[in-house]
Design a protein around this ligand. Structure first.
Ligand SMILES: *[C@@H]1O[C@H](CO)[C@@H](O)[C@H](O)[C@H]1NC(C)=O
Ligand SMILES: *[C@@H]1O[C@H](CO)[C@@H](O)[C@H](O)[C@H]1NC(C)=O
Ligand SMILES: *[C@@H]1O[C@H](CO)[C@@H](O)[C@H](O)[C@H]1NC(C)=O
Length: 460
């Protein structure tokens, strides 16, 4: 494994005012295609390769240009406007906007001072030398999740010039998973850093407020936003360092059927609020990343312009996770089309004649058909995405398991058997990822066994 540790921090990331925390090691163990982009973001030796959000990155040189095939332009005046709209809504253009919005909420004046920088509505922030007081956790008599009262006045702060009015003006998305205002509205200045801290965390720490970890669609919205946030913060060769801590802003011990995904981001165990119960902790380097339920965020309820697909951000995310988890594509020796049929392991939305459909597919010699149940009891999550990554046509009923489309090869097709009249969810995710999408159209060849609760469907 290629893992380079560099002790000295390169001088181009040093600012004049703030003493930076311990150097984050470079980590060049990224997808080989990403390496030049990552290095160019600091050295700029080859301007013909850039992610797309860098200041001097020409459209023609960016990592991937989304496409909007067909003559239409949706609501955009021209084709180029249509592409740009998609780029800003669901691609590195979104990252670029966030980077442009970053501004000091608390400004360092002297050496060793703290700093807090945020984007509009406090969707993303980063800080240096930030104190967080976890005393309240002692008094909570029920487990904490999706709560806005973890901190109270003065329990988060730094030694810096605080622009309180500026910060207050951005606290307008006050909701647990929409912004960091539930926490940062209590920001205050302190006289000393580290001062009275019980504990100092020197490694970079990402604090995550996560969505439902039982649901792949929602939990991957957390992972995608973590990845996007690493681009917003982009620190060159260390931007994907696994020597970072992740603190989940809940008092539950982190648990998920998809937890292996975190191995792509950190080599440390996942912390939760109980890790610091009752303590005052000083974080030398924190990121408060983009959140899963932001208004006009990624990818939950993202308003996406019609007709476009192929987001570089989503492709890079997919490659990054697959590479870091050692998921490989096997050669397709027999040249058959590999069909994976995802069978649901729940009471709802089952295909009643599933076996009949699979038998009919297997009758075609050009298909290699596999029926899978993606359940942690049967296959680990890595084993599941290994199958997905070696699939040409992925078939399944509407449900979070279809989020596996993120890990299909780029030529693949997602066939959503019935979209349960939620037509945009997986169609849009497939567009973002750049895989083809089809759904059942002929209502006459389809019957629902229990229309009221949408439980059983029978595809004829
Ligand atoms: C820069 O990148 C382009 C595109 O990948 C490549 O064709 C070219 O040879 C590179 N130039 C240098 C100097 O590395
Ligand atoms: C964010 O980027 C800065 C450099 O711009 C880096 O020093 C810091 O470690 C990064 N933070 C995290 C949590 O990755
Ligand atoms: C299988 O294919 C044969 C010949 O193509 C056809 O006659 C038969 O009805 C098919 N069986 C099923 C179950 O679809």
């Amino acid at each position: 494994m290629l893992y380079l540790k560099i002790i000295a921090i390169p001088c181009f990331v040093l600012s004049n005012h703030v003493v930076r925390p311990d150097a984050v090691p470079m980590d060049l163990n990224v997808h080989p295609e990403h390496l030049p982009y990552m290095l160019n973001s600091i050295t700029k030796h080859n301007k013909t390769r850039c992610w797309g959000y860098e200041n001097d990155c020409d459209t023609e040189h960016r990592y991937l240009d989304p496409v909007c095939p067909g003559p239409g332009t949706s609501w955009a005046p021209t084709k180029r406007d249509q592409i740009d709209a998609f780029y800003d809504q669901g691609d590195f253009g979104y990252v670029k906007q966030q980077r442009e919005e970053i501004t000091y909420m608390c400004e360092p004046i002297n050496q060793d001072d703290s700093s807090l920088e945020c984007t509009n509505h406090l969707k993303f922030c980063r800080g240096h030398n930030i104190m967080i007081n976890f005393e309240n956790i002692l008094n909570q008599n029920h487990p904490i999740r999706y709560q806005m009262d973890v901190l109270t006045n003065g329990q988060i702060g730094g030694k810096c010039k605080f622009h309180k009015e500026k910060l207050d003006a951005q606290c307008d998305h006050l909701s647990p998973l929409q912004s960091w205002s539930p926490e940062l509205r209590f920001f205050t200045t302190i006289d000393q850093y580290p001062g009275k801290c019980d504990l100092i965390i020197t490694e970079p720490t990402v604090i995550m407020k996560i969505d439902a970890t039982v649901n792949m669609y929602h939990h991957f919205c957390d992972f995608l936003n973590l990845y996007a946030s690493q681009h917003v913060n982009s620190s060159g060769a260390s931007m994907f360092s696994k020597n970072i801590n992740i603190l989940v802003w809940e008092s539950f011990a982190y648990e998920s059927a998809f937890s292996e995904t975190f191995q792509a981001f950190t080599m440390h165990p996942i912390w939760n609020l109980n890790t610091f119960r009752g303590q005052v902790v000083c974080f030398n380097d924190i990121i408060l990343p983009l959140l899963p339920r932001m208004i006009f965020g990624l990818y939950y309820n993202t308003p996406l312009i019609d007709g476009c697909e192929n987001s570089g951000l989503f492709k890079a995310f997919s490659q990054h996770v697959l590479y870091r988890l050692n998921i490989v594509q096997k050669p397709n020796d027999n040249g058959k089309i590999r069909i994976t049929f995802l069978s649901r392991n729940t009471k709802y939305r089952n295909v009643l004649n599933e076996n009949e459909l699979i038998t009919a597919l297997k009758n075609h010699s050009q298909y290699e058909v596999k029926k899978v149940v993606y359940s942690g009891n049967i296959l680990t999550f890595k084993e599941q995405i290994q199958i997905t990554y070696n699939t040409d046509i992925f078939i399944g009923m509407h449900g979070a398991g279809l989020t596996h489309l993120l890990f299909l090869p780029e030529w693949a097709v997602l066939f959503e058997l019935y979209n349960c009249e939620d037509e945009h969810c997986y169609k849009d995710l497939a567009r973002l990822r750049g895989v083809k999408y089809i759904t059942w159209r002929d209502i006459n060849k389809f019957s629902m066994q229990d229309k009221v609760s949408n439980i059983y469907s029978n595809i004829i």
